[in-house]
Design a protein around this ligand. Structure first.
Ligand SMILES: NC(=O)c1ccc[n+]([C@@H]2O[C@H](COP(=O)([O-])OP(=O)(O)OC[C@H]3O[C@@H](n4cnc5c(N)ncnc54)[C@H](OP(=O)(O)O)[C@@H]3O)[C@@H](O)[C@H]2O)c1
Length: 247
């Protein structure tokens, strides 16, 4: 009998993370859902169970907490059957830099959650994947990693940093047959984008995005930009400089 896919997702309480969880639930996967808002996480758990998930476990986790991230990974690796198939470092925030405040607190929060949070999520799973000689590590970056949007330098910088971490880890872990996929979404409907007052080009529903992301992970893509319309725009912006102020 084929064993059920085991998937761990951070930032699973809303948006892209919950949509990914629900799509994996339809495949009957064993799913670990992590976030801070437990009421929301319980709703996603119920939804995943009714969609056919093999088993769903929730973790109250702040991804900036290194020790707690290690404990969660140990617990999930040992759940049901030993091992782990897919880890998705999705939790993130998009605070503005708040430069004029004179207080670096907000930008530092962005950097901590979006960069340290990714390291805290991914690294604790590497030993298990190395032992089993398989696994997919997935990092949610952004199209903002290709530009320099005003007021969101911390966000863009964090997304560049994690894209580069993934590029390096892919090379480090290739010999253990561990895949590393970086996903760079454009505008996807979620709590993060619901607050935007400007027109968001090519806005995509989270469930549609999640299905495309899962296909990219299954196909072991290295870097996956979606919606597709951003691919030529990013290629041009890299040639002509950072003129795309909204991304
Ligand atoms: N939506 C887009 O257009 C878009 C575009 C490019 C990239 N992205 C990236 O996609 C990822 C998901 O974003 P989203 O659009 O789905 O936004 P969202 O709906 O706001 O979801 C963000 C998730 O991150 C979690 N989170 C935030 N801080 C956390 C922390 N310290 N510890 C643990 N979890 C934390 C939140 O859960 P709790 O608050 O419950 O902890 C929430 O589940 C982010 O990395 C974002 O940068 C999104």
């Amino acid at each position: 009998m084929e064993s059920k896919l085991k998937v761990f997702i951070t930032g699973a309480s809303s948006g892209i993370g919950s949509a990914l969880a629900e799509e994996y639930a339809k495949q009957g996967a064993i799913i670990g859902l992590a976030a801070r808002r437990q009421d929301k996480l319980q709703q996603i758990k119920s939804s995943c169970e009714s969609l056919g998930a093999g088993k769903v476990i929730t973790y109250d986790l702040d991804v900036t907490n290194e020790e707690a991230s290690i404990d969660v990974a140990k617990d999930f690796v040992n759940l049901e059957r030993k091992g782990i198939d897919v880890v998705i470092a999705n939790a993130g925030v998009a605070f503005s830099d708040s430069l004029s405040s004179g207080d670096p607190k907000q930008i530092n929060q962005t950097l901590a959650i979006n960069i340290l949070g990714v390291a805290n999520t991914i690294v604790p799973y590497v030993p298990a994947m190395k032992n089993q000689k398989s696994g997919s590590l997935v990092i949610i970056s952004s199209i903002a990693s290709f530009t320099a949007p005003p007021y969101f330098g911390g966000y863009a910088a964090s997304k560049v940093a994690v894209r580069r971490l993934a590029d390096s880890w892919r090379r480090s872990l290739k010999k253990y047959k561990i895949d590393v996929t970086t996903i760079c979404p454009g505008y996807i409907k979620s709590e993060m984008t619901d607050v935007n007052e400007f027109k968001m080009p090519f806005l995509m529903d989270a469930d549609v995005a999640a299905r495309k992301m899962i296909r990219a992970i299954e196909n072991r893509k290295k870097t996956y930009i979606l919606p597709w319309q951003w691919r030529p725009i990013i290629a041009l912006s890299r040639l002509f400089g950072h003129k795309l102020s909204k991304i």
